[in-house]
Design a protein around this ligand. Sequence first.
Ligand code: SF4
Length: 189
Amino acid sequence: MRETTDHIVDLIERLGRIARSAQHAEGMKPAQWEALRFLARANRFSRTPGALADFLSSTRGTVSQTLIALDKKGLIKRKANLGDARIKQLELTKEGRAIVNRDPLHMLEKAVASVGEEPGLAENLERILRNIIHQHGNRPFGVCLACRHFRCDGASSHARGPHRCMLSGEPLSDVDSNQICREHEARAA
Ligand code: SF4
């Protein structure tokens, strides 16, 4: 059992090392790729510097430097948040979306796909990740579809989407429902 556990930890470490070394592509730094990936996946409530810092378990200062670099490269833009003018909303630019499509981690996706989808593998890795996040007191993040505040309401014809976040009261589209959120709270199994 111990041997198996050590082996799994070794595999995670080696895969992580390969992933990290790939993240200097396009003249970028790993933290810059991580920020772009987050902005491509996060919902509109979570595309903020603070949520990004929480997601990366990083400091506001470090994230600020990353955002300045991405801004200079023309990969992100900052908009005023309509709900709170003190908070800046972050968005990918057209160039930012294009570079995300060339993400060097796609090679890992291809490698995973090439061995076939192992039922339970993603769930087990997710459980390990959530345990560690919980131990460190960090926010877990997650998609609306698995959140206890999500209400699926196909009958509604609200202009922004047929679903609703019962925490904020905001409508959610199908696209929103698959994006990650800082306020996510896992639904009871
Ligand atoms: S339903 Fe949950 S995950 Fe979705 S926006 Fe609301 S709090 Fe966030």
